[in-house]
Write a protein that binds this ligand. Structure first.
Ligand SMILES: *[C@@H]1O[C@H](CO)[C@@H](O)[C@H](O)[C@H]1NC(C)=O
Ligand SMILES: *[C@@H]1O[C@H](CO)[C@@H](O)[C@H](O)[C@H]1NC(C)=O
Ligand SMILES: *[C@@H]1O[C@H](CO)[C@@H](O)[C@H](O)[C@H]1NC(C)=O
Length: 631
């Protein structure tokens, strides 16, 4: 430490001497100390370096979150002497009507517990006890004390830190919310009681600048909202004269993704965002929906990765999109932020689309905009007017809510310092939350990987989780969910690897078996559910032409052609993220997984093989016929 203090004194001196000359002065570490925490520097003490304060869980940096090193060697904003890590506070729960909150405190901090009781004649809905969590939110749900007045809608309650106007809950009645003190509102500030007894919008919440959404909250909320959209567009299987007709609604979903790279002074942030997009579009592709994509990165300029207009008349394979994303280089592209330019780009695309398709066809187009940013704009304008223009275009000037479901704008606010005032108003759409406030060190990739419920994509082969954060058993299985261990008892016990090819068939090597093995000697291990590993085997079949000694006479001591065997299980494996079949060509599942647009025959997939019952297998031509016969 001593050395660095002396060093900074030295640079300061050098700086003084150089006043007016061309030499760049570095910032110093003097006065940027934080009590109870530490800080990181993005580019050491050079100009443009960002100093970010870090605090342990349950604390946040105060009064500043970060400093930027200015050309003159000064930190901006100016560091304060009393910079420290403060305890996380939760919004005031003493807003409960017709009930009591205990203990009554001035302020509630992380780990503080509260209990809620209703006055006589009122019943409690929601949580009767809540704990202040490290993300600045209360656990559980808003407690509400209400009396049944026979209103159409239930009392919507008052979330912690909020004030509400509106105390009648009949059809058409409106309630309005505001946040107290220095809290700001996330969610619907206004809700209307509908005929069906439901309130419009979502329950609002009051956030501090230190409040954020946890990974689980985001993946659940975003997952359910986007699923809502994808399910509307999911082709339905319609049975007609015994044949399944796939009803397709392709081409009507347009997804626009914008990623702010102005903060990619922190390269890892950019990497994570890029991985997150790849994950997201792969996830979406597991639904049988083939959206058109516009993907851009932006700082002071817009960098186009995929242009949605390229999708006119042809689909761009997922692999191409991924490759373009991966070959994009952010270096030297990170000056300034012009978030409006990103929305302006989307607006222009939509306008061209409308012109090209005509009004009638454009009416059927749905638009999902997803923006990852901290919202700070130091160039250009606020994006709000552009978002208004987008709304007008998509809503076709309808001022009622009839076309709201055609436009979703999801904002992932992520960064050291988030400009909520600019970002929150542009989140738009029905079907759930559209504004997410994330800690800057959140693993976006993992959140998005969790969003689409495994049950939704059960039929999909080959789907696995590409990341490996922990080396535990579960994450290993998620990485290779089709792996099966084949155990053969008997005179010389053996263990082989196999792959699940359907819920009840495992493909392995014929050389694993020896003459005289019986189905009872064989077992397969796949941990499809906790504690359920060993699967009983009904039968197994080796390729009839497999003969390891077939070519001994020709000098080939071991001959491995036809080296395949199939094992049939007594019971189906439970398909989930940890146990899922590998892809076999020529199936619809494989087409979906490979993003081949409406291709399911082998000829279309470029594979020659046969169809057998409902499984088609290709290993190589001579092996495949055997598999066909046995399956
Ligand atoms: C509330 O939490 C703070 C900080 O953890 C603690 O010091 C205080 O004693 C708690 N108060 C109550 C009533 O639990
Ligand atoms: C789906 O898209 C393809 C080409 O992109 C088109 O040929 C086909 O007619 C479309 N199907 C429907 C039902 O719109
Ligand atoms: C919507 O309004 C704008 C101007 O306010 C107008 O130019 C446009 O033609 C209108 N669109 C429709 C579909 O009515």
């Amino acid at each position: 430490m001593g050395a660095s203090v002396r060093w900074s004194w030295f640079t300061a001196l050098l700086c003084l001497l150089c006043m007016g000359c061309e030499v760049q002065c570095d910032c110093t570490e003097e006065g940027v100390h934080i009590q109870g925490g530490h800080y990181t520097l993005s580019k050491k003490l050079e100009k443009g370096s960002q100093l970010v304060y870090r605090c342990p869980e349950g604390y946040y940096p105060y009064p500043h979150l970060r400093h930027l090193c200015q050309p003159g060697g000064k930190w901006e904003p100016t560091p304060r002497r009393h910079q420290k890590c403060r305890l996380v506070e939760c919004p005031d729960p003493n807003v409960l009507q017709n009930g009591n909150v205990s203990p009554p405190l001035q302020k509630y901090f992380v780990t503080n517990e509260t209990t809620y009781e209703c006055h006589a004649g009122y019943t409690l809905r929601g949580s009767s006890s809540r704990t202040c969590l490290p993300n600045g939110k209360w656990s559980g749900s808003t407690p509400i004390c209400s009396r049944d007045f026979g209103d159409t809608c239930a009392d919507p309650g008052i979330p912690a830190g909020c004030s509400r106007t509106g105390n009648t809950f009949g059809i058409g009645d409106k309630v309005k919310y505001t946040c107290n003190g220095n809290l700001f509102l996330v969610g619907s500030s206004e809700r209307v009681c509908q005929e069906n007894g439901q309130w419009t919008g979502q329950e609002p919440a009051c956030y501090y600048k230190h409040t954020y959404d946890t990974a689980t909250e985001v993946s659940e909320a975003f997952g359910s909202a986007i699923k809502h959209t994808l399910n509307i567009l999911q082709p339905t299987d319609d049975m007609q004269e015994g044949r399944i007709i796939r009803m397709s609604t392709n081409g009507t979903l347009n997804i626009y993704i914008a990623v702010d790279i102005s903060q990619s002074i922190d390269q890892s942030y950019f990497q994570r965002a890029r991985d997150a997009i790849v994950t997201l579009i792969k996830k979406i592709s597991s639904f049988t929906v083939s959206p058109n994509y516009e993907i851009i990165f932006f700082s002071s300029d817009v960098y186009e990765i995929v242009n949605i207009l390229e999708f006119r008349g042809n689909k761009i394979p997922l692999a191409d999109i991924v490759e373009r994303l991966e070959s994009f280089d952010t270096s030297d592209k990170n000056t300034g932020t012009d978030i409006n330019s990103a929305f302006q780009r989307f607006f222009e695309r939509m306008a061209i689309m409308k012109y090209g398709l005509g009004i009638e066809a454009f009416k059927e187009q749905r638009h999902v905009l997803i923006c990852f940013t901290d919202g700070g704009y130091n160039m250009g304008d606020t994006p709000e007017p552009t978002v208004e223009k987008i709304k007008n275009l998509v809503y076709m000037n309808h001022t009622d809510t009839s076309r709201e479901e055609y436009l979703d704008i999801y904002i992932f606010a992520i960064g050291v310092e988030i400009f909520d005032e600019d970002l929150h108003p542009i989140a738009t759409g029905t079907g759930g939350r559209h504004y997410f406030r994330l800690r800057h060190d959140t693993n976006l990739h993992e959140i998005l990987d969790e969003i689409l419920d495994e049950r939704e994509v059960v039929g999909l082969c080959g789907l696995h989780k590409g990341y490996d954060t922990t080396a535990d058993k579960i994450s290993k299985r998620k990485r290779y969910p089709w792996v099966a261990f084949v155990i053969i008892q008997g005179e010389s016990p053996r263990k082989c690897l196999g792959s699940l090819v359907s819920p009840n068939f495992v493909l392995t090597a014929a050389q694993c078996f020896t003459f005289g093995d019986l189905p009872g000697d064989v077992s397969v291990e796949i941990e499809d559910r906790p504690g359920s590993r060993v699967k009983r085997v009904k039968t197994f079949m080796l390729h009839p032409e497999f003969n390891i000694k077939a070519k001994v006479s020709q000098g080939v001591s071991q001959f491995f052609d036809y080296d395949v065997a199939l094992i049939q299980l007594q019971d189906d494996v439970h398909i989930s993220a940890v146990a899922r079949p590998i892809c076999i060509p020529c199936t619809q599942e494989t087409s979906d997984a490979l993003q081949l647009v409406r291709v399911s025959t082998c000829a279309q997939q470029g594979v020659v093989t046969h169809t057998c019952f409902n499984i088609t297998v290709f290993i190589n031509t001579n092996k495949e016929q055997f598999l066909c016969k046995t399956l």
